[in-house]
Design a protein around this ligand. Structure first.
Ligand SMILES: [Zn+2]
Length: 287
């Protein structure tokens, strides 16, 4: 069973909710994205894994050579907004500006239209159906932003747990991995959850998802590997969501990448489109 490994490529201060809005001050924070991403590229290479990198447009414009290197290693490049804003706090026009700027930044580097999108903070929900319409209208083929649960920052309770075709939006959806526990969907896909959970739990959950003949969609941020990064003005919540358990990440990542098979999301899209076209040949010419 092939799972998908995904990377949300951004600086620590772009993901941290207290520093994210301070765009004017971003240049004054220590940039650490290049060495952190290089570290991650080396680990992926060691395990022969290609992944999907959802790249923040701002980072792409600042470090085009880094993105070129990511693409040269065979990883898929997708978009992750331009300034890492919560989608549900944007107007449809502002969201269009975010995705158009990030598509343009990545096309300048790779010469290719990105196929996939991940919302910053997985911040799509029932109030943002226009976001999916806009992605499809730009020619994107999938989104991986639905978290079929509810937590402090995001969530889409009641959404399917496994990849599905969103017929009303003309887009594939790849929800982040969850486990059913006491009637609820509990996230295990990455970030705080994989830093906090023991590896044996993560392994068991992915095994359970694969036993249902479904891929697990996992994610990581380069800053999660960066144990040397310090910022002393974090809130209590950020201490958990951003910093807790960083020391265990690299060890868990090595085990994860050797225990399971991972491909970029693009590969799963192609596979699902082939299945759909075989089942419904009348749709074959549509996309
Ligand atoms: Zn992000």
């Amino acid at each position: 069973m092939k799972n998908a490994f995904t990377v949300d490529l951004e600086e620590w201060f772009q993901g941290l909710t207290s520093t994210n809005p301070l765009v004017d001050q971003w240049p004054s924070f220590e940039s650490r994205v290049v060495p952190a991403t290089e570290r991650l590229l080396a680990i992926l290479r060691e395990h022969g894994v290609t992944a999907t990198f959802f790249v923040l447009g701002y980072v792409a414009d600042q470090y085009p050579a880094l993105i070129e290197r990511v693409a040269a290693y065979g990883h898929e490049i997708g978009i992750h907004g331009y300034y890492h804003r919560f989608v549900y706090k944007l107007t449809p026009d502002e969201f269009a500006g975010e995705i158009d700027a990030s598509i343009a930044a990545l096309e300048r580097i790779t010469g290719k239209l990105p196929l996939g999108h991940r919302a910053p903070y997985f911040s799509v929900n029932a109030t943002t159906p226009w976001a999916f319409d806009m992605l499809a209208s730009r020619g994107l083929r999938y989104d991986s932003s639905v978290f079929p649960t509810k937590n402090m920052l995001y969530g889409f309770p009641g959404a399917p747990r496994f990849p599905y075709w969103m017929d009303e939006y003309d887009l594939w959806q790849f929800p982040a991995a969850t486990v059913r526990l006491l009637g609820r969907n509990v996230p295990v896909a990455g970030g705080f959850y994989t830093r906090a959970l023991p590896y044996r739990v993560i392994r068991k959950v992915i095994g359970r998802i694969n036993a249902q003949n479904q891929p697990a969609i996992m994610y990581i941020h380069p800053w999660e590997l960066d144990t040397g990064q310090r910022y002393n003005k974090v809130t209590l919540r950020e201490r958990l969501t951003h910093y807790h358990g960083r020391r265990s990440v690299e060890r868990k990542l090595h085990r994860l990448l050797s225990d399971f098979e991972f491909v970029p999301l693009q590969t799963l899209v192609e596979k699902m489109e082939n299945v759909r076209n075989a089942e419904q040949p009348e749709l074959a010419g549509m996309r």
